[in-house]
Design a protein around this ligand. Structure first.
Ligand SMILES: Cc1cc2nc3c(=O)[nH]c(=O)nc-3n(C[C@H](O)[C@H](O)[C@H](O)COP(=O)(O)O)c2cc1C
Length: 238
């Protein structure tokens, strides 16, 4: 595992360099703000509020829950290195794909957030996440689904961190019982694709129906994934 991690760090460092170049001057501003800046979406605490913030009406039986680094680190989404630009708006990568699913399904968006302020610096984040995973930490959640009974289908999206779900997703599945509901996973990645996470989710939620044919897209292609998302949803009957 240590060898795997070492090899992966090399790949990730290459990605970081690409991101650093793409972000140009924005990265400098991000570093300066890294510890002081408030978390950007603290105002949107519930599914309804998140939906409202995204201009969606309530009343759908579809929830789209996602976790993204940009909404859980010391910098706002605009200055974070881990963002893509969709419709002229900078978003975390998982957030961008969640938005595409919301567009097609009319589902409500829910941002999974934690009291952990993840390092804005990518290298520090990589180390922090490895330690968090090795220790099996369950980070505290600060956003909560107000009434899970309202939903029968829950899309759940997250970045692959160290070949697995970020630990905060384990907190998420610990907090809720999705028995009788359909969970549809989607991931963003830098090569690991779904990394076996739909099967992990099925183990954590044995009485839910977990669609194994989840959607996955690489960080680099996520901004242009709307058509692929639509085709995948069409295959699932949406
Ligand atoms: C801590 C950390 C660990 C990562 N581990 C992996 C990995 O194991 N496999 C992979 O393909 N990508 C990995 N990545 C890349 C992310 O999955 C990818 O950049 C993703 O698009 C980030 O999504 P976000 O902006 O929604 O947080 C990792 C990124 C971070 C920050």
């Amino acid at each position: 595992m240590q060898m795997q991690k070492t090899r992966f760090i090399a790949g990730l460092l290459a990605l970081m360099m690409m991101l650093a170049l793409a972000a140009c001057g924005k990265a400098d501003a991000a570093e300066d703000e890294s510890t002081a800046a408030p978390k950007p979406s603290e105002a949107a605490q519930t599914a309804d509020e998140t939906a409202e913030a995204n201009g969606k009406a309530g009343g759908s039986n579809i929830l789209i829950a996602y976790f993204t680094a940009a909404e859980n680190s010391g910098v706002d989404a605009v200055s974070s290195a881990s963002v893509v630009t969709v419709d002229d708006t900078a978003k975390g990568v998982s957030q961008a794909v969640a938005g595409m699913i919301a567009e097609r399904t009319g589902g409500e968006l829910f941002s999974i957030q934690t009291s952990v302020v993840y390092p804005a610096d990518m290298g520090e984040l990589i180390d922090y996440a490895a330690e968090e995973q090795d220790a099996g930490v369950l980070p505290e959640l600060t956003t909560h689904i107000e009434d899970l009974d309202e939903y029968d289908t829950v899309f759940v999206g997250f970045p692959i961190w160290w070949y697995d779900m970020p630990q905060v997703m384990y907190s998420f599945f610990e907090e809720y019982d999705f028995a009788g509901k359909t969970i549809i996973p989607f991931t963003v990645h830098n090569g690991s694709r779904l990394s076996g996470t739909p099967a992990t989710i099925q183990e954590l939620e044995p009485e839910a129906t977990v669609i194994q044919d989840g959607f996955t897209v690489s960080h680099q292609k996520a901004a242009d994934a709307a058509e692929d998302v639509a085709a995948w949803l069409a295959d699932l009957g949406y």
